[in-house]
Design a binder for this molecule. Structure first.
Ligand SMILES: [Zn+2]
Length: 242
């Protein structure tokens, strides 16, 4: 499963614990009381790292130097837009822990990584450098690790999904089928985090899944976005200002 649409953004199931971890790391995650946003609740917060800090990123399973270097190069494309440093280590200990030997691409959302047992990865990168979308997938997973949500779930996205078709497609595909509940959670549910407060919906975001025209009503699709978009850059600068 090495397509971007198979990306699994994983959030810690216990929302209270995730909230505590998030605000303990960065009090700004609790959100802002200014503006006209609806009253914040425990379900409305962000999972950003403390601004200005160094994130230790561990390769847990000793990947080949070539694979490692390609991952570092892709991940580092975020660095010009954030006030964080990356320190890559060959170690079992890291704030973000990468495993490369599982056959999927997934990441914990931002500070949810703090809740994972230190012996387990917080990010899986099964994709290999010879895959056409290797770079895109690595950048995308690191976007999640920095706290970015899936752009197709932006509250303003209003994607004209052909919902019965989407359920049918994901339920019946051979690789990694999804239940209707998983489709609801991964595609249809919208989020209410700082992402949405800071920037409007961005069809060109690298955090957007490709959307096939066959799964929407009318003529509506999103191709695979291969570059960090202008709004992605703006969002990261707002989340991690210098
Ligand atoms: Zn994703």
């Amino acid at each position: 499963m090495h397509e971007l649409t198979d990306c699994q953004l994983i959030q810690w199931p216990d929302d209270q614990a995730a909230y505590m971890a998030a605000i303990n790391e960065n009090p700004a995650n609790a959100g802002t009381t200014t503006g006209t946003r609806r009253k914040r609740s425990v379900f409305n917060y962000s999972k950003l790292w403390a601004n200005g800090r160094t994130l230790k990123i561990a390769f847990m399973d000793a990947p080949a130097a070539d694979l490692k270097n390609h991952i570092i190069a892709a991940a580092s494309q975020w660095l010009p837009y954030i006030n964080l440093k990356f320190e890559f280590v060959d170690d079992l200990r890291g704030d973000i822990r990468i495993a490369t030997q599982n056959n999927d691409n997934s990441s914990m959302l931002g500070t949810d990584a703090l809740l994972i047992h230190p012996d387990y990865p917080t990010m899986n990168l099964g994709v290999k450098p010879d895959h056409a979308d290797f770079e895109v997938i690595v950048i995308h997973e690191f976007g999640h690790a920095l706290g970015a949500m899936h752009e197709h779930q932006h509250p303003q996205a209003n994607i004209p999904w052909d919902k019965p078709k989407v359920y049918e497609f994901y339920q019946n595909r051979e690789m990694n089928p999804l239940t209707p509940e998983q489709v609801d959670r991964n595609l249809f549910a919208s989020f209410d985090a700082l992402d949405a407060i800071y920037t409007s919906y961005d069809k060109k975001s690298i955090m957007h899944h490709p959307v096939a025209n066959t799964l929407t009503l009318g003529n509506w699709e999103v191709p695979i976005n291969r570059k960090i978009s202008k709004k992605d850059k703006r969002l990261m600068k707002l989340l991690y200002p210098r």
